[in-house]
Ligand binder design. Structure first.
Ligand SMILES: *[C@@H]1O[C@H](CO)[C@@H](O)[C@H](O)[C@H]1NC(C)=O
Ligand SMILES: *[C@@H]1O[C@H](CO)[C@@H](O)[C@H](O)[C@H]1NC(C)=O
Ligand SMILES: *[C@@H]1O[C@H](CO)[C@@H](O)[C@H](O)[C@H]1NC(C)=O
Ligand SMILES: *[C@@H]1O[C@H](CO)[C@@H](O)[C@H](O)[C@H]1NC(C)=O
Length: 412
């Protein structure tokens, strides 16, 4: 037994000495890895792999590799393995280098670099989508995903876009798009997804496109799930006014997070004075003094507190509820004043018209007898017309009567 332990210790000791020996050498020449390749293994996901240089002196222990990502974001790290996975957007291409390294006591040895790259996918500039935003929401256990974007400024009218997301090993293509007036997809909705309900990890989104005229450049974007998760709005919001004190109550949103995880924002808007007050609150109720002679609207939104998860988005506002006296609102006030102004204007017009009439009648005083005659004539005129067409000559002769001026006047 003791002999075995001694032999074991001796073996270990000699291994250490062997390694130490290699470090004692002033110059250790390291050869770069061979067959370095980059393979796309999924949306925004690559596998880098390489082989140890077959000509490397096998007596050297403790060889490692240094990987350096050059595009799209610089990053470097060391590994003992001969492969490495990386999550990165790929629409600008991807390039990386690797070298053989050795840390020996206080000295450091390195080989030259070998590089590989994935070219950027083809596409004309300005054709990829812009301002891609995505939001997740959990309702009744299903994580839904909604993404919106703008079409590229150089995208032709016949361009069409397609959205894919990847979460972990699941990749799905969008089935429900919203379109612009040229029928190009500009938003997407997944009612249910494979996304983690706890909102951990990253979501990769890829939007590519096609057109008969030019190649459409794809766009990749990575989202932190906690940052794009939007909780549901608070429910059962109630408010009652006692004197001038307003009491507001609500229930936590439909969510897996417990009650104590939520922060709220209450927005109380004085409709008449066009003034709103926003209050941040942690509990589920709130009260404040308001002017009860003004109508108020109030709404509440929620977010998950950072003690439960990294900060995400605010929920939508709850539906507005109204309190206070139902005094005329701005809109009805406006309509009323508009109506009154119109009425005043009409009255004024009527007044002026009457004045003009008076001036007119003063300038051309009515001649009572012909006037009546004309009236009689016009009556008989109709009568004649209906009776026979032969009398028309007669009618024309009456028209030349000077009393016609008064006929015009009587129109007013
Ligand atoms: C590198 O790749 C070449 C060609 O694919 C192959 O012949 C060679 O065996 C590879 N080298 C190693 C060390 O695997
Ligand atoms: C789109 O994004 C750009 C740059 O991020 C920004 O300047 C611009 O205001 C955004 N456009 C809209 C309409 O939000
Ligand atoms: C868009 O991307 C998906 C997923 O990578 C791919 O299957 C599809 O062929 C691409 N479509 C176009 C038009 O590039
Ligand atoms: C909201 O109110 C309804 C009926 O008043 C009740 O059934 C429901 O449980 C309440 N919701 C919550 C989350 O308390």
């Amino acid at each position: 037994m003791i002999i075995m332990v001694i032999i074991f210790l001796f073996l270990i000791g000699s291994a250490v000495i062997l390694q130490a020996n290699s470090c004692l050498e002033k110059e250790i020449s390291l050869l770069p890895p061979v067959n370095f390749t980059i393979i796309v293994t999924g949306l925004s996901k690559v596998l880098l792999h390489w082989k140890p240089n077959p000509n490397q002196d096998p007596k050297i222990n403790g060889i490692k590799y240094k990987v350096r990502i050059n595009t799209p974001n610089e990053d470097d790290y060391e590994t003992q393995k001969t492969q490495s996975r990386s999550v990165s957007v790929l629409h600008q291409g991807f390039s990386a280098s690797v070298q053989t390294i050795l840390h020996c006591d206080s000295s450091f040895f390195q080989s030259s670099w070998v590089s590989a790259e994935l070219p950027a996918p083809p596409g004309a500039p300005g054709t990829s989508v812009t301002n891609l935003t995505c939001v997740t929401n959990i309702l009744w256990g299903d994580v839904s995903l909604r993404c919106t974007w703008f079409v590229g400024r150089n995208a032709p009218e016949d361009a069409q876009y397609f959205l894919f997301y990847r979460f972990d090993i699941y990749t799905e293509e969008c089935q429900e798009y919203r379109k612009d007036s040229w029928n190009r997809n500009i938003a997407c909705w997944f009612p249910e997804t494979a996304i983690d309900r706890k909102g951990r990890g990253q979501l990769a989104v890829h939007v590519n496109g096609s057109s008969k005229q030019i190649a459409i450049k794809p766009l990749d974007q990575l989202f932190d799930l906690h940052a794009i998760d939007q909780v549901n709005p608070p429910v059962n919001v109630t408010a009652k006014l006692e004197g001038n004190r307003l009491f507001i109550q609500w229930e936590k949103p439909v969510s897996n997070f417990p009650k104590q995880c939520f922060d709220y924002e209450v927005n109380i808007y004085n409709i008449r004075r066009d003034y709103s007050k926003i209050q941040k609150i942690q509990g589920n109720s709130f009260n404040l003094v308001i002017d009860p002679t003004c109508k108020h609207s109030l709404k509440i939104r929620a977010t998950v507190h950072f003690s439960c998860r990294k900060n995400g988005l605010w929920s939508e506002w709850s539906q507005s509820i109204y309190v206070g006296k139902d005094k005329p609102t701005h809109l009805t006030e406006w309509i009323l004043s508009a109506l009154m102004a119109t009425a005043c204007f009409l009255l004024l017009m009527l007044f002026f018209i009457c004045r003009i009439c008076q001036v007119w009648t003063k300038l051309f005083p009515p001649i009572p007898a012909p006037n009546r005659k004309v009236k009689d004539l016009s009556l008989s005129n109709i009568y004649e017309k209906t009776r026979s067409s032969e009398t028309e000559i007669e009618v024309i002769s009456y028209v030349e009567d000077p009393g016609l001026d008064n006929l015009d006047d009587s129109v007013f």
